[in-house]
Write a protein that binds this ligand. Structure first.
Ligand code: NAD
Length: 311
């Protein structure tokens, strides 16, 4: 194991995942949370998860689950957690006020080398780091949930992030097995959520006007588009579906333009359609059965991740 330290701020769902990923290649990981009971439950839950991954042959890295777990410690003192870390991964809830507050706290204790990295799903680093002394060391690395099975991480530097911070962050993410994409400019929602929410808006319109049922529109993804896109993206898929993009454009560009013009206004996910969507799902997956269904999902994602690795 190496002698370098990673600090994790916020030990919820995403903080736990990052801790496991960094420990997988031998980093010493220290996790902090404002709630000490969250740290305790994180340490326990991480051991359970690591052992499960080991059993299913999906544990990353070359050292055992128990050895990886030993590399992860908890700390109830913010300053102590961050001290000496080469990389700090912030994982507090998605609120701009909270991001500002935690980055101010980090700014006050950071040295000139530390990378201060946020897990935010949507907010450009420039929206919460502008006034900081160490703002050039700040960057966003947005993982995809659940990170152990979905390796994509969006790397989003701000206009004032040092180029070497971007480079070093990419290197450490690739070292722990993440698949990294770089955004050349900041945009609210980055790429993943912009795509996801563009699709979600059209799903909403189709359900709202009664074109398709809740169950069937989900099936369009799980048995159709989702399967297609598990191994290659939409651009390459289209390229292969015709004889290259020029031919795809000749055949479909007019049709796609006309359909896209027919999309209609941006819907808000509320009101009558919200009732329909929620009640339909709740009749099949009651709210007190979410954990069973999450476990079902994770087992299948694990299988898919394994398949992708082996093929
Ligand atoms: P979570 O609610 O599971 O965990 C947040 C943790 O932060 C909690 O343990 C909480 O006690 C702690 N916390 C709150 N205030 C704090 C503070 N001031 N200092 C230290 N700890 C504090 O949230 P999550 O799902 O892990 O999300 C964390 C971040 O990761 C968010 O920005 C989120 O958008 C992003 N993210 C989430 C997902 C996802 O699918 N859940 C995916 C990618 C990125």
């Amino acid at each position: 194991s190496r002698d370098e330290k990673i600090a994790i701020i916020g030990s919820g769902l995403i903080g736990r995942s990052w801790a496991m990923l960094f420990a997988s290649v031998g980093y010493k990981v220290c996790i902090y949370d404002i709630l000490s009971e969250q740290i305790d439950s994180a340490l326990k839950e991480i051991l359970v998860q690591l052992k499960k991954l080991e059993e299913s042959g999906l544990l990353r890295g070359k050292i055992s689950a128990v050895e990886q777990h030993k590399l992860i410690t908890g700390c109830t003192d913010f300053k102590e957690c961050v001290a000496g870390a080469k990389h700090v991964q912030e994982c507090v809830p998605e609120s701009i006020e909270l991001k500002r507050k935690v980055f101010e706290q980090l700014d006050a204790v950071a040295d000139d080398k530390m990378v201060l990295c946020s897990s935010t799903s949507t907010m450009p680093a420039s929206s919460f780091t502008e006034h900081l002394t160490h703002r050039a060391q700040c960057i966003v690395a947005h993982p995809t949930n659940p990170p152990f099975y979905c390796p994509l991480t969006e790397l989003v530097p701000s206009p004032w992030t040092y180029p070497h911070v971007t480079k070093n962050t990419r290197e450490i993410l690739e070292e722990i097995g993440q698949s990294v994409v770089l955004l050349n400019k900041e945009k609210f929602g980055f790429a993943l959520n912009r795509l996801q929410w563009g699709m979600m808006s059209e799903i909403w319109r189709l359900v709202q006007d009664g074109t398709i049922s809740v169950e069937d529109v989900d099936k369009v993804m799980s048995d159709g588009l989702g399967m297609r896109y598990a191994f290659m993206g939409p651009l390459e898929t289209a390229y292969l579906n015709a004889d290259g993009w020029k031919s795809y454009s000749e055949r479909y560009a007019d049709t796609i333009f006309n359909v896209a013009q027919d999309f209609g206004p941006t819907p808000r996910m509320e009101g009558e359609t919200l009732e329909i969507v929620h009640n339909d799902l709740a009749s099949r997956i009651p709210l007190d059965k979410l954990n069973e269904r999450r476990a079902w999902r994770d087992a299948r994602l694990a299988g898919l991740a394994k398949l992708k690795k082996e093929m």
